[in-house]
Write a protein that binds this ligand. Sequence first.
Ligand SMILES: [Zn+2]
Ligand SMILES: [Zn+2]
Length: 49
Amino acid sequence: MTHYVCLGECGGVSEHPGICTAEPCSHHGKPLEPCECQDAEHKQQEDEE
Ligand SMILES: [Zn+2]
Ligand SMILES: [Zn+2]
């Protein structure tokens, strides 16, 4: 199921849309990206061989 992850180094994950709230993170204040992985690795693979 869809979850939302920060693409910065904080590695934040949320079940709901939002923004990164980790101050030191380079993505602080930026929207979390939707992710539908099922292995919790959050690798957004666009094409897998
Ligand atoms: Zn972050
Ligand atoms: Zn994921």
